[in-house]
Structures are given as structure tokens and as C-alpha cells.
Write a protein that binds this ligand. Structure first.
Ligand SMILES: [Zn+2]
Length: 443
């Protein structure tokens, strides 16, 4: 039990109690759940059982938390190859909800929940919102898409269980979003960061003064974004922008969340066990060192996912957090190995480019990377919007800004790429996840 629950100043929802668990207690709970879920998956998931048998590992071989390393990994392709229901571990009459990923390549990934799984998800989302200092009395405008995507309903049920008022507005219709935000007294918004950037522009066009809105919190996720982007959003609107982490394959939003200290994301470790491994050798990485994040669902029954390879690159922050939570944190996930592309032998992540661009004052947070091939050589062009004033000679002129941005990108990537400064509102806006890279190399 946490001493501050009844303190108005730092109201913590009772669902957040596990965030403050003692380490031994957490580890005991994790081990108990890991053993149970390993057995459940072994008995009910053919693919997992085959792989365990091939390794000669039995569920009873899991005696300590470190024994998780004996278990086989799950790859995203496993979820595709078993489409639609091949990884379900309960009879269909126990499945109360399905979601699916949009699936840009081929078949989507289908995920399932029992009634109990929905409760776990709801609890994780309550703890997520509590990390952002939200509580009953808050009015949460949920601009995540409702539907097969996990974002909308995940945030919705969490917000209701928190005791907050939820506005299920879904994505799109920006003018109405702003009107609702103002007239309904929205205090928190859930959206992708790129959609919120779009709303910032809309609000400006409508002559809205952010200081006059009660909005104080943004819960932004579902796509990688940088700390520089967070600073931009906070500076522009005066709200506090929180990074939320989740993935449909694991449960949806609510796997991890930034707290008011804004240093990394707490992972709800009693439900999601994390490891960081070297993506090439699969060896565990020490705390503080970067590697691929591996997640095991400890509580989910309909479709347990054992040692899932997220392709997200991050590291564990071992130091205790100033907020008092004892569950560990990972660093902001600014890089996904899936987003990486190679130009002239150099590995490039869009978020590196974003960080370089936003260090320059005249930059607007709207950019696109265009890849093409000329005469057998790969070319990369960065198109970025800069303020209208940059194009008038009064400030410091286009050339000076161009040079500064060009140098900033070269400094981060180690190679020179083509850079084009464009007028505000040139680059297409996104209602959901932004498309940062256009790859014309194959066509
Ligand atoms: Zn914290």
C-alpha cells in the first residue's frame, strides 16, 4: 500500500500499487507467473511446444527468472505464419475480443483476449494514465483510431477504469478535434505525436491560444518520436507530453509509460517481462547497454507471447526513478531496427534525422526522407519545412539555415545527403502514424 493514495497533491490510483512493489516481491510474482505461462503455452500452443521439444526443454526447467533464456524466441513472422488463430491457447468460446494489426505487407496479425486478459490490459492502461498524473475528474480525448487497431479501445477502457471521462472521438476531423478540446474542457489527449503536430497547426489556423485551454497532458505513442519532438510539442503548447509504449503483439498500448520525471519509460514488469539482448548473438546485454528489447507476456492467456523479438532498440535504466516507482525503466525507443535503411553503407534511422533537424530553431517538425537510385547509386534526400520567415531575408536567410541543418545531419549520420528546405504545409500531414520514409529505390 502506498502512503500517498489519499493525498490530493499526488493522487495515485490503487491499481498502481504494483508499480511500487519491493524487488523480491516482484521477482517472486514474476517467477510464479513465468512458470504458469510457460506451462500454459507449452500445453496449448503447438508451435511453442515443438520448439521447446526441439531444444529438449520442459516447462519444469524454468526454476529461476534467468531460466527464461532457455525458452525459444517468438518472431513477428510466427504471428503471420500462423494466421489467423494458430497461436491461440484457449478455446474460441473463451476469446471475448480480437484485434489485428494493419499489416502493410500481406496478412495482418490477429491477437486475442480472454475476459481476464481484457482486465489485465485495462489495469495496465490505468497505471499508464496514472504515470501521467491523470485521475478521476480528468477529461481524456481519445484520438487514437477505434477499430481493429488496439490503440482506441485500449486507451478507452483504461480511461474509464481510471474514473476519468473519456471522449471517444477517434482520429481525424481536426477542426472538430479542436472544437471539442476547447468546448468539452479536455484536460488530456491521446494521439500519435505526428497527429498532434497536425492539430497544433490547425489550432493556430483557428486562432486558438493554448494557454486558454485546460489541456495539460498528452499521451503520445504508436510511432517512434524523439526527445527533441517532445520539447517542441511542450514548448509550443505548454502541455506535458508523455511517451507511451506498447505493441499489439504483446497486448496493445500500456506495456510501458513515461512518468513525470520524463526519463525513460516504466515497464509494467509484473505483466511484461523484459530482456535486452544483442540482436546478433542473442546474448543478454548488461543494464545501460543498448540491444533489442525482448518481451514475454506473463499474464495473457488467450495468446501468450514468449520472448517476443520487438526489433525495438533500447537499454534498461538500472537506477531507481525519482518518482518512487520500483518497476524498471527502459530508454525512449527512438529506433526500430525495422525502420532502419542503409545508404552508402551507413545505417540510418529516421529518428536520428529528426533529432538533428529539430536542433535548429527555424525547423518545423514536418519532414520526409526520400530514397532513390541514380546510376546504381542510392541517394537520400531530406525534405524539411522551415518557418516562413526563413524564406524572407530578414532573419538569417535560407542559406545559413540550410548549411546549419546540412551540417547537423552530416554530424549525426557521418555522410552528406541532399537537403531541401520547403515552405510550411508542403509535406503531407498524417492522421495516424506518419510516413517518414518514401523509398523509390525498387520502382
Ligand atoms: Zn518514474
Amino acid at each position: 500500500m502506498h502512503a500517498q493514495w489519499n493525498d490530493r497533491e499526488s493522487l495515485v490510483h490503487p491499481a498502481s500499487a504494483p508499480d511500487y512493489m519491493r524487488e523480491e516481491q516482484l521477482h517472486a510474482l514474476q517467477l510464479q507467473r513465468l512458470r504458469a505461462i510457460t506451462r500454459h503455452a507449452y500445453e496449448n500452443q503447438a508451435l511453442f511446444r515443438e520448439r521447446m521439444d526441439a531444444r529438449g526443454v520442459k516447462p519444469e526447467d524454468v526454476r529461476t527468472l534467468d531460466d527464461i533464456r532457455k525458452l525459444p524466441f517468438t518472431q513477428k513472422t510466427d504471428l503471420r505464419d500462423t494466421y489467423p488463430y494458430g497461436l491461440f491457447a484457449v478455446p474460441m468460446n473463451e476469446v471475448v475480443r480480437l484485434h489485428a494489426s494493419s499489416g502493410t505487407t500481406g496478412k495482418p496479425i490477429v491477437v486475442a483476449y480472454t475476459a481476464e486478459d481484457i482486465e489485465v490490459w485495462k489495469e495496465a492502461m490505468v497505471r499508464t494514465f496514472a504515470c501521467a498524473g491523470l485521475h478521476s475528474g480528468d477529461i481524456i480525448q481519445n484520438a487514437y483510431g477505434y477499430g481493429l487497431f488496439t490503440g482506441g479501445l485500449g486507451a478507452h477502457y483504461g480511461a474509464e477504469a481510471l474514473g476519468a471521462t473519456v471522449i471517444p472521438i477517434s482520429g481525424g476531423n481536426s477542426e472538430r478535434q479542436i472544437m471539442v478540446m476547447r468546448d468539452f474542457g479536455t484536460t488530456a489527449i491521446c494521439a500519435t505525436p505526428s497527429y498532434f503536430l497536425h492539430l497544433i497547426e490547425f489550432a493556430e489556423k483557428m486562432g486558438i491560444d493554448w494557454n486558454e485551454l485546460p489541456l495539460r497532458v498528452g499521451v503520445f505513442g504508436a510511432e517512434p518520436w524523439s526527445d527533441e519532438m517532445r520539447e517542441y510539442i511542450e514548448g509550443k503548447t505548454g502541455i506535458k507530453a508523455y511517451d507511451i509504449y506498447g505493441l499489439s503483439e504483446i497486448i496493445g498500448p500500456g506495456v510501458g509509460m513515461a512518468c513525470e520525471k520524463q526519463e525513460g519509460l516504466h515497464i509494467f514488469e509484473d505483466h511484461f517481462m523484459i530482456e535486452i539482448v544483442d540482436p546478433v548473438t542473442d546474448e543478454p546485454m548488461p543494464d545501460g547497454e543498448e540491444g533489442e528489447l525482448i518481451i514475454t507476456t506473463l499474464s495473457k492467456k488467450a495468446m501468450p507471447v514468449m520472448r517476443y523479438r520487438t526489433h525495438d532498440i533500447t537499454s534498461i535504466i538500472a537506477e531507481p526513478c525519482g518518482c518512487g516507482r520500483t518497476i524498471r525503466r527502459i530508454n525512449r525507443i527512438a529506433r526500430r531496427s525495422d525502420d532502419m535503411f542503409i545508404i552508402r553503407g551507413v545505417n540510418v534511422f529516421p529518428s536520428q534525422v529528426e533529432a538533428a533537424l529539430l536542433k535548429v530553431e527555424e525547423t518545423l517538425p514536418h519532414y520526409q526522407i526520400v530514397l532513390s537510385r541514380h546510376g546504381g547509386m542510392d541517394q537520400m534526400e531530406v525534405q524539411v519545412e522551415v518557418t516562413a520567415e526563413t524564406f524572407s531575408d530578414t532573419v538569417r536567410g535560407v542559406e545559413a539555415v540550410h548549411k546549419q541543418l546540412s551540417d547537423a545531419i552530416a554530424h549525426i549520420l557521418g555522410i552528406r545527403v541532399k537537403l531541401t528546405l520547403v515552405q510550411p504545409n508542403t509535406i503531407e500531414r498524417s492522421m495516424g502514424k506518419a510516413k517518414r520514409v518514401i523509398d523509390n529505390r525498387k520502382s
